[in-house]
Design a protein around this ligand. Structure first.
Ligand code: G1P
Length: 297
C-alpha cells in the first residue's frame, strides 16, 4: 500500500548545547560512539532500509559533516601505500555516491518542523523518511527497515514509538492511541511535549518517521507549537484530521538517547561491548569499578 521510500531527511542543525564545550567546534553528530560518529549510525540504518537520497539540514558550524562524507584521496593513498586494507574498507562506509547527498541550511532555529520543511523542494511529492541521529537504536534489523516493511502494508504516516515511564512522557511527542494492533498502533492524535496531566498516553515518539508529502504541505502553514517552535508532531497530527492516518510502530530494539550525556555514555558502553576487540577488556574494567564502588559503600 505504501509507496517506496527512497529519500531521508537528517535534521542536524541543532547547536548541541548539552555537549558544550565539545560542541563549540565539533558538530554533535560527529561525536563518536566507540569509533564511528553518531551520523554514521544514522546513515547505515537508512541504507539498510533502502534509502538512496540523503538530505542533511544543517546550520553554521557543521562543515565537518560535509567533509566526513567526502572522499579523502590523500588519506586513502597513504593507507593504500601502507597496506592498511582493513582501514580502507572501514572508510568505504563513509563515502557517498556523487549526487546521493545534499545539504540544506536552516537559517534560523525555528524548530524540528521547520528544519524538515527546509528540505521541501528536494522531497517533492513523495513519501520520505526522517531520522534524528540523536536517537540511536541498536536492533537486529534496523528500526527504519522494520518501519518500511510495516509501512508497505499501512501507507499513511508512521512514527517509531516506545512506552516510556509516564513521568517522562512530557519530554516527547506523545501518541493518542485509537486502535492498538500490537506492533502497529493507529493514532487519533499526537501532542508535542504535553504537560504531565495532558499526556494522552505514555507512548512516546522516537526519532524515526515515514511521512506522507501532505505533512510538508501542513508545514507550509508554519504554525508555532510547543516552546514557540514549529513542531513536526503538529504537522503530522494535522494529517489525521485530513484523513491521512498516523500509525505508531513499536520497533524491536534498544533506543539510546544520545542527546543526553547519560544516554551517550550508555550507548558507548553498549556498542563497545558488542565489539570483539574491546569486549573482554571493557567488561573486566566495568567489573572492577563496580565492585570497588560497591565495596566503598
Ligand atoms: C524531538 C521531537 C519529539 C520526539 C523526540 C524523540 O524532540 O520533537 O516529538 O519525541 O525528538 O527523540 P527533541 O528531543 O528534539 O526535543
Amino acid at each position: 500500500m505504501g509507496k517506496k521510500v527512497t529519500k531521508a531527511i537528517f535534521p542536524v542543525a541543532g547547536m548541541g548545547t548539552r555537549f558544550l564545550p565539545a560542541t563549540k567546534s565539533v558538530p554533535k553528530e560527529i561525536m563518536t560512539l566507540v569509533d564511528r560518529p553518531l551520523v554514521q549510525y544514522a546513515i547505515d540504518e537508512a541504507r539498510e532500509a533502502g534509502i538512496k537520497e540523503f538530505i542533511f539540514v544543517t546550520s553554521r558550524g557543521k562543515g565537518a559533516l560535509e567533509d566526513y562524507f567526502d572522499n579523502s584521496p590523500i588519506l586513502e593513498q597513504e593507507l593504500r601505500k601502507k597496506g592498511k586494507d582493513e582501514l580502507l574498507e572501514t572508510l568505504k562506509a563513509t563515502n557517498m555516491e556523487s549526487g546521493a547527498i545534499a545539504y540544506i541550511r536552516q537559517h534560523k532555529a525555528l524548530g524540528l518542523g521547520h528544519a524538515v520543511w527546509c528540505a521541501k523542494r528536494l522531497i517533492g511529492n513523495e513519501p520520505f523518511a526522517v531520522i534524528l541521529p540523536d536517537d540511536v537504536i541498536a536492533a537486529e534489523t534496523s528500526c527504519l527497515k522494520q518501519m518500511v516493511e510495516a509501512y508497505e502494508e499501512t501507507g499513511g504516516n508512521m512514527v517509531a514509538a516506545m512506552e516510556v515511564p509516564p513521568e517522562k512522557a512530557s519530554a516527547y511527542g506523545v501518541l493518542d492511541p485509537k486502535n492498538d494492533m500490537g506492533s502497529v498502533i493507529e493514532a487519533k492524535g499526537m501532542v508535542e511535549k504535553p504537560a504531565p496531566e495532558d499526556a494522552p498516553s505514555n507512548l512516546a515518539v522516537i526519532g524515526r518517521y515515514i511521512l506522507a508529502p501532505s505533512v510538508m504541505r501542513n508545514l507550509n502553514q508554519k504554525r508555532q507549537g510547543a516552546g514557540g517552535e514549529i513542531q513536526l508532531t503538529d504537522a503530522i497530527a494535522e494529517d489525521i484530521d485530513q484523513g491521512v492516518p498516523v500509525f505508531g510502530f513499536r520497533f524491536k530494539g534498544k533506543r539510546y538517547d544520545c542527546g543526553s550525556k547519560a544516554g551517550f555514555l550508555q550507548a558507548t558502553v553498549a556498542f563497545a561491548l558488542e565489539r570483539p576487540d574491546l569486549r573482554d577488556e571493557l567488561m573486566q574494567y566495568l567489573q572492577d569499578v563496580t565492585s570497588s564502588s560497591n565495596a566503598a559503600q
